[in-house]
Design a binder for this molecule. Structure first.
Ligand code: SOE
Length: 388
C-alpha cells in the first residue's frame, strides 16, 4: 500500500465535500492505496489554516504555484471557483500530478480544450466533479439503458431547479459574476444535466436556447459562506448581474433523440431539484435528486391492466456502490456521491486505468454550454461541432 498525497485547492462548499469524501472513503471502500490529506491551499492564511485543522489536512499554504510543484504531492484537487481551474490544472499536469477538477471544467470551450490536451499530453489521470453520475439510482439507469431495457430512446427531459437567489436583495455572489463563474444557472446547474444527458442518452448534436436575468442589479457582496451570503448592507453599492438567472434549451442528440433542459434559480420551493425522465420504445425511467435513493421505471411490456411507473428502491446491496454502505433500505445522501467519484479516481491512479467522467467529458460539456450561449445570443439553432 502506497500513500497518495493530496493537495486540495479551496476550502469552501466543495472543499468540504471533497475532504469529507477523503475521510469516509477508507472506512467504507477497500482502496488499493492510502489517501493522505496532506496540504490544503487557499488565499487567506488564517482561514486556510483553520480549514486544515477542521478537514484533517496536515499542512496549509497560500501559494498554489508552490503546491503544484511539490515532489511530495501526487494529486491536485481543484475546488476553487471556475475562473481558477485552468491555470492550476495545466501547471499541475505539467508537473505530472493527477488532477481532479470541479465542474464546469473551464469558463469556455477553448480553455477546457487546453486543459484536456495538457492532461492527455502529460499522461496523468484526470477526472471532473460530475458527482451526480455516482448516485446509485443513476448508475442503475445507465445500466438499464446499456441492457436495452428502454429500447430506442426518444426523449430526454431534464431540469435543475433552485430558488436561493429569488430575493432581489440577495447580493451578487461569485456565482452571479460572469468573469468568475462563466455563466449563471446554465453553467452551474446545466453542466450537471448536460453531462447526465450525454452519459445516459448520447452526444449532443445541436441546441436552441433562451435565457433571462430577472434581477438585473444586486447589492455588492459582503461575505459569502456556502450558498448563503450576508444580507444587504444599506450602504452596499448596486452591481450589474451579468449571468443568466434561468436558461432553457431544446436538444437534438446524435442518435436522433430529442431533449429539453431547464435550469433556473427562480423556481420557488425547489431547493436542489434535479430531475430527468427518459422515454424509450420499451419503457421509461424518471429520477428526482431530492429522492435520490429511488428510480421510477415504466416497463411497456408489463401485463395490461397492471402497467405504470414502479418505484425501484436503489439502496440495496445489489445496486451500484450500495454493498459498501449500510443494510438494505438504509438510504444514502448527497455526500456519498463524492465518496463514489473519489473511489473511482483513486483506484484509477493505483491500478492505471482511466476513470470517467474525465477532462474529455468536461470539455464536451463546455462545448455544449458555449453552443447554448451562442444560441441565446443569435436566437437560433447552433450545432455543437461549430464551437471551436
Ligand atoms: C449551487 O447552485 C450548487 O451547489 C452547484 O454549484 C452544485 O454543482 C449543484 O450540485 C448544486 O447546486
Amino acid at each position: 500500500m502506497k500513500d497518495i498525497n493530496v493537495g486540495l485547492i479551496g476550502y469552501k462548499f466543495m472543499g468540504k465535500a471533497h475532504s469529507n469524501a477523503f475521510a469516509m472513503l477508507p472506512m467504507f471502500f477497500d482502496t488499493q492505496d492510502r489517501i493522505v490529506r496532506k496540504v490544503i491551499c487557499g488565499r487567506d492564511q488564517n482561514m486556510v489554516s483553520k480549514a486544515a485543522v477542521k478537514f484533517g489536512f496536515s499542512e496549509s499554504m497560500t501559494s498554489w504555484e508552490e503546491l503544484v510543484k511539490r515532489d511530495d504531492i501526487h494529486v491536485i484537487d481543484i475546488t476553487a471557483p471556475s475562473n481558477f481551474h485552468k491555470e492550476p490544472a495545466i501547471e499541475a499536469v505539467e508537473n505530472k500530478k493527477h488532477v481532479f477538477c470541479e465542474k464546469p471544467l473551464a469558463l469556455n470551450y477553448k480553455d477546457a480544450f487546453m486543459m484536456y490536451n495538457a492532461a492527455k499530453k502529460a499522461e496523468v489521470k484526470n477526472q471532473i466533479g460530475f458527482n451526480y453520475r455516482f448516485v446509485p439510482a443513476i448508475v442503475l439507469a445507465r445500466k438499464m439503458i446499456e441492457q436495452n431495457k428502454l429500447g430506442r430512446i426518444y426523449h430526454f427531459r431534464g431540469a435543475f431547479l433552485q430558488d436561493w437567489i429569488m430575493d432581489p436583495d440577495f447580493p451578487k455572489v461569485w456565482r452571479l459574476d460572469k468573469s468568475v463563474a462563466g455563466s449563471g444557472a446554465l453553467g452551474d446547474l446545466g453542466a450537471h444535466v448536460i453531462d447526465l444527458a450525454r452519459y445516459l442518452v448520447a452526444d449532443i448534436n445541436s441546441v436552441c436556447a433562451m435565457a433571462e436575468t430577472f434581477i438585473k442589479k444586486r447589492p455588492a457582496v459582503q461575505e459569502m459562506t456556502g450558498l448563503s451570503a450576508s444580507k444587504k448592507d444599506i450602504n452596499a453599492k448596486m452591481e450589474k448581474v451579468d449571468v443568466d438567472d434561468a436558461a432553457i434549451f431544446m436538444i437534438k442528440f446524435t442518435n436522433g433523440a430529442l431533449g429539453t433542459i431547464e435550469t433556473t434559480r427562480f423556481a420557488g420551493g425547489h431547493k436542489n431539484d434535479m430531475f430527468f425522465e427518459i422515454n424509450g420504445e420499451k419503457g421509461s425511467i424518471r429520477f428526482y435528486f431530492e429522492r435520490m435513493n429511488e428510480l421510477l421505471y415504466y416497463n411497456a411490456e408489463d401485463e395490461e391492466g397492471y402497467m405504470g411507473f414502479r418505484l425501484i428502491q436503489a439502496s440495496e446491496g445489489i445496486h451500484p456502490y450500495m454493498q459498501s454502505w449500510w443494510p438494505a433500505g438504509h438510504v444514502i445522501g448527497y455526500e456519498n456521491t463524492f465518496v463514489h467519484e473519489f473511489y473511482e479516481f483513486f483506484q484509477s491512479i493505483s491500478l492505471g486505468h482511466n476513470a470517467k467522467p474525465d477532462f474529455y467529458d468536461g470539455m464536451k460539456c463546455c462545448q455544449v454550454l458555449d453552443a447554448v450561449e451562442l444560441s441565446i445570443k443569435e436566437n437560433c439553432w447552433v450545432s455543437v461541432d461549430s464551437i471551436k
